[in-house]
Ligand binder design. Structure first.
Ligand code: C5P
Length: 471
């Protein structure tokens, strides 16, 4: 439908319209709308959807926000001030092509990188920028913005925005809305790798995860700064849109009432009271599975070796150090409907671990550490005669012949499924946020797409639910 631009009317008419609007206590735009409505009532003609007030460009996205049609999923996109803000324009498009209504807030810093006009043009709605804007606060205040959405996506989530959010600040529109919302919050962090690894940022990240925020990325890669590389690149728009869609989907309680047992993280095997043997497992994949299982309604016990991660919400977490402690905790936690062994258990422990710190003495030979094999927790549980969970799943971290080795492991361990992944150093899987797995079962193998560890967790939980339902 054609749109009428008031700016293009002749000056005399514009003046009359301004006077009339002032008399009626309305904006010119609202007053013209009323006039047209009255005229349409008389003549049966339709009212133009978009009337642009004088002084504003015809294409300016200042349409009065109307509620999204019933049933539409609504995302409030908070765009923070980072170079990755340009990717958020594409993110708006990616969300909209999934039939998700997008409303945007731009922080002051974000406006150094992109304009409200460009974000609004793509979103098709007015963009919000100020906490103390009388027109907006009257029209769509920060409380309404916080309420009228199903999910808030913060992209890019800068170090500063994360710090403010973790501290409960509310000194601008974005932080006030984030503090006032009860909707889920998805953060797509983006910053320089050194800012990302800074302890303050990691502390804020742990706090936000404990507060229930969800994360997508950051990914590893080139930075905007020359010769900088590392973790800190914002996740790609498609990845963020996928994560948003997952969070917007009504959480299917596919494991309601089921008991799920998960092992995760490394084990620490003492050499003496201060030294130990460990490995590089971060526990991220096991934690993600525990979180996804709990979201699916399962009663989850997570038995975790020493990790640097917040406990997943709604999960009963048992912390252990050694393989022997982990096995004992697993056996105590039985029975279960499904058991997932994601821990990187140390294969050996020190047989002659010292009760006192081993001293280094000049001229003395280096200590001989003799190793003994640790119990294989997965195999022990998979081969139990009683209380064997109906579905026992192991992981196989391999650096070569991944599927062939996983098939052999399936047989030797006696488990039902193996999730095999290539952990050779160039994949960045160990300690990273992404994973590429192959599901190996007696029936064959199935490669899953490269995705976040959360994505793998959700796919696994869906598969487990189907398998349990069929048993
Ligand atoms: O033999 P490998 O360590 O490659 O097997 C990996 C799988 O076995 C993982 O699921 C791991 O959690 C499990 N495992 C275990 N106890 C061990 C060694 C491995 O549960 N001692």
């Amino acid at each position: 439908m054609a749109s009428i631009t008031i700016r293009q009317l002749d000056e005399a008419l514009k003046k009359k319209l301004r006077l009339r609007a002032a008399r009626n206590g309305r904006s010119v735009e609202d007053d013209v709308r009323t006039l047209l409505r009255e005229a349409a009532d008389d003549t049966g003609r339709e009212i133009p959807e978009n009337v642009t007030p004088p002084g504003k460009a015809a294409s300016a996205p200042h349409r009065a926000p109307s509620p999204a049609p019933f049933g539409t999923r609504r995302v409030l996109l908070v765009i923070g001030g980072g170079i990755a803000a340009y990717k958020s324009l594409d993110l708006i498009r990616r969300l909209k092509e999934r039939d998700i209504a997008v409303r945007c807030i731009l922080t002051k810093a974000a406006q150094e990188f992109i304009t409200p006009l460009s974000a609004g043009a793509i979103a098709g709605e007015r963009v919000f920028t100020d906490l103390f804007d009388p027109a907006h606060e009257f029209d769509v205040g920060h409380i309404r913005l916080a309420r009228e959405c199903d999910l808030i996506v913060v992209a890019p989530a800068t170090a500063d925005l994360m710090a403010k959010l973790a501290g409960g600040h509310a000194d601008d529109l974005a932080t006030a809305v984030l503090l006032a919302t009860t909707a889920k919050v998805l953060l797509a962090p983006a910053m320089n790798p050194r800012m990302w690894s800074n302890r303050a940022t990691q502390r804020n990240l742990a706090q936000l995860a404990a507060d229930g925020c969800e994360f997508v990325g950051p990914n590893e890669g080139e930075m905007a700064e020359a010769n900088e590389r590392g973790f800190g690149r914002m996740a790609e728009p498609l990845e963020i849109a996928g994560a948003a869609e997952r969070l917007l989907a009504p959480q299917a309680r596919v494991l309601e009432g089921k008991r799920v047992l998960i092992t995760s993280g490394p084990t620490h095997e003492p050499i003496d009271p201060v030294r130990y043997i460990a490995n590089r497992s971060s526990g991220k994949q096991g934690n993600a599975i525990a979180r996804a299982a709990a979201q699916a309604g399962a009663q989850v016990t997570l038995i975790s070796g020493p990790v640097n991660l917040p406990d997943p919400p709604g999960v009963s977490v048992i912390k252990v150090e050694t393989a022997q402690e982990m096995l004992a905790a697993v056996e105590r936690a039985l029975p279960a409907d499904a058991a997932i062994f994601a821990a990187a258990v140390a294969d050996w422990r020190v047989a002659n671990a010292g009760g006192q710190k081993i001293k280094k003495k000049a001229g003395q030979a280096t200590p001989d550490l003799s190793l003994v094999e640790n119990p294989d927790i997965l195999a022990t549980v998979a081969k139990r005669k009683s209380q064997r969970p109906p579905l026992v799943i192991g992981f196989a971290a391999e650096t070569e012949n991944v599927v062939a080795n996983a098939k052999a492991k399936l047989a030797s361990k006696g488990c039902d499924w193996i999730l095999a992944n290539d952990v050779s150093p160039q994949t960045g899987i160990m300690g990273g946020d992404r994973n590429t797995v192959t599901l190996v079962t007696a029936a064959g193998s199935e490669s899953w797409p490269a995705q976040s560890k959360d994505g793998v967790a959700h796919m696994l939980i869906d598969r487990i639910a189907k398998e349990i339902a069929e048993k």
